[in-house]
Design a protein around this ligand. Structure first.
Ligand SMILES: Cc1cc2nc3c(=O)[nH]c(=O)nc-3n(C[C@H](O)[C@H](O)[C@H](O)COP(=O)(O)OP(=O)(O)OC[C@H]3O[C@@H](n4cnc5c(N)ncnc54)[C@H](O)[C@@H]3O)c2cc1C
Ligand SMILES: NC(=O)c1ccc[n+]([C@@H]2O[C@H](COP(=O)([O-])OP(=O)(O)OC[C@H]3O[C@@H](n4cnc5c(N)ncnc54)[C@H](O)[C@@H]3O)[C@@H](O)[C@H]2O)c1
Length: 471
């Protein structure tokens, strides 16, 4: 039997659930298909449990500063990692319950179907034995962790999909890939007392394009746990564990944590059956504004689109795809000034234009270290570097990269300023308080203003003119 609906939404993550919210305002003939556990990537394995783990690891780490504050007995403090992981799971379950309570818990069997969807052709979808014929489709299938095929489902190999389910954490871990996941999770595991070594085949960590900030970040994190970058790591089995080699270095570990990227989860959909051209990632051409495939009422939203995964992007694209699926007048997704925040300690943040896209002749770059920043010194977290970029001609802020304390907040301030087209002079007219981390940004802006207003040094022959005339 075929079920006819107005809209089929595939994937119950933030993108899919936000799409449903828009669609159900217009029609009751919709169906949400979800394969795997409900509760969203963000709440189950992503943003939220990772931040719980980071928070408790950072809290335990504070013991190392307590003696300086006159607090004794810190050498007796110990972490029960099993209890810590239970706390992560408890909060994770709370976040999942909050998502479910407001969304899928209220849906009946007619609207919510459990299973992986696959296209039969461009008009029909199959889920198990059920065939669905929708007038419009929203693909919101998210992304999945990349694991080299030879290590898939191997004992001792972890990803974020499995980490938070571990009753017992390993004593030593090689973190392969030092992007946002590798750095956040690697540092948290290290701070929970696990022997962590980080590996990346590239020279950059956390995708920082600015070479000075990247160097500063590597120096800071390197002091906590070894980071081996710039060589392709090779992994082999040994005595129930693994040996990982990188250049001249070799490390024996109990477990491997892969964080080498997450790719759009499209394979089970069989998009090749749509009869549209696909790129080498198996993705059809999608209008980045309407999120629609050309000539088909099929929309793609969230991590399924590819690129840098971001919860706010997934939610907004879901809302737009949902609206567009049920309205003639199409809304457009407009990407804003980019912002990426890594919740390591210190934070890493990149906003606006990235280093490699800047024109060196037109860009002024101010640099501010967090070392002498009063508030950072008070917090005992004064490691870091911020670089802020401005356009020499218009004086506008262009972007920034930073590693430092509470950069999550500085990134927001800067990103809002960039998004509103603010100049350096105007940003300096804004109020600042004391003593706050924002004073680091104020100092960077003052340096930028000096660069922008500095008179260009006059060529030697021009400097001669007054003297010649007065002679
Ligand atoms: C460890 C980690 C930390 C993160 N931290 C942050 C952060 O701090 N800040 C931030 O902004 N972002 C963060 N992200 C990214 C953020 O979580 C994602 O961008 C967001 O959750 C993606 O939502 P989505 O709706 O696109 O996909 P998902 O939430 O993954 O939903 C997709 C759903 O579709 C289902 N599905 C897949 N294929 C099919 C199919 N064929 N048929 C039916 N169902 C299917 C999946 O099982 C899943 O339930 C993090 C991600 C991870 C992994
Ligand atoms: N705070 C946040 O916003 C946050 C946190 C976690 C994840 N995320 C998102 O989740 C997505 C996935 O994150 P990720 O860190 O897994 O992916 P990523 O693609 O951002 O980083 C992967 C890293 O692995 C390295 N790498 C790839 N193959 C390798 C190999 N064979 N050997 C060694 N190193 C290798 C790459 O050089 C890169 O540094 C990203 O889009 C990210 O933005 C966001």
């Amino acid at each position: 039997m075929t079920t006819n609906v107005d809209v089929a939404i595939i994937g119950a993550g933030h993108a899919g659930l936000n799409a449903v919210k828009e669609v159900r305002k217009v029609t009751d003939r919709w169906i949400l298909i979800n394969g795997g556990p409900l509760g969203t990537t963000c709440a189950r394995i992503g943003c939220m449990p990772s931040k719980v783990a980071i928070h408790l690891a950072d809290t335990y780490q504070i013991r190392q500063r307590l003696e300086r504050y006159g607090v004794g007995g810190t050498e007796h403090l110990q972490i029960d990692r099993q209890a810590a992981m239970e706390h992560v799971r408890d909060l994770r379950d709370t976040f999942v319950d909050l998502v479910l309570a407001n969304t899928t818990d209220e849906m009946d069997e007619e609207h919510l179907v459990d299973g992986y969807a696959a296209f039969i052709d461009s008009d029909r979808i199959k889920v198990g034995d059920q065939i669905i014929a929708p007038k419009a489709v929203i693909i919101a299938t998210g992304a999945r962790s990349v694991v080299p095929p030879e290590w898939e489902a191997a004992d001792g190999v972890l990803t974020v999909d499995t980490l938070f389910e571990q009753e017992r954490l390993p004593e030593s871990v090689a973190v392969i890939g030092l992007g946002p996941i590798g750095l956040e999770i690697g540092q948290a595991l290290h701070r929970l007392g696990i022997d962590v070594t980080g590996f990346d085949h590239g020279e950059r960590i956390a995708r920082i394009a600015d070479p000075a900030v990247n160097r500063a970040a590597i120096d800071i994190f390197q002091r906590e746990f070894p980071l081996l970058v710039g060589h392709e790591p090779s992994i082999s089995r040994r005595d129930g564990g693994f040996v990982v080699r990188s250049g001249d270095n070799q490390v024996d570990v109990e477990a491997i944590f892969f964080a080498i990227g997450r790719h759009a989860h499209l394979k089970p959909l069989h998009l090749e059956r749509l009869g549209v051209p696909l790129n080498d990632q198996g993705m059809p051409l999608v209008d980045p504004g309407t999120l629609k495939l050309s000539k088909r009422p099929i929309y793609v939203a969230g991590d399924a689109v590819g690129g840098i995964a971001n919860l706010q992007r997934a939610a907004e694209q879901g809302r737009i795809a949902g609206w567009n699926a049920v309205h003639r007048r199409q809304r457009r997704y407009r990407s804003r000034a980019p912002m990426a925040i890594i919740f390591s300690e210190p934070n890493i943040a990149v906003v606006g234009r990235q280093w490699h896209t800047l024109d060196p002749d037109r860009t002024a770059v101010a640099q501010q270290r967090f070392g002498p920043v009063g508030r950072a010194l008070i917090m005992g977290q004064n490691r870091g570097l911020m670089r802020v970029y401005a356009d020499r001609r218009s004086g506008r802020l262009l972007g920034a990269a930073m590693v430092g304390p509470r950069c999550e907040h500085l990134a927001h301030l800067l990103c809002w300023a960039i998004e509103s087209g603010m100049t350096v002079d105007r940003a300096l007219e804004m109020p600042f308080y004391h003593p706050v981390i924002e004073e680091a940004l104020q100092d960077a802006l003052i340096e930028l203003r000096e660069m922008l207003h500095a008179k260009p040094s006059r060529p030697a022959w021009r400097r001669l003119i007054p003297r010649l005339s007065s002679a």
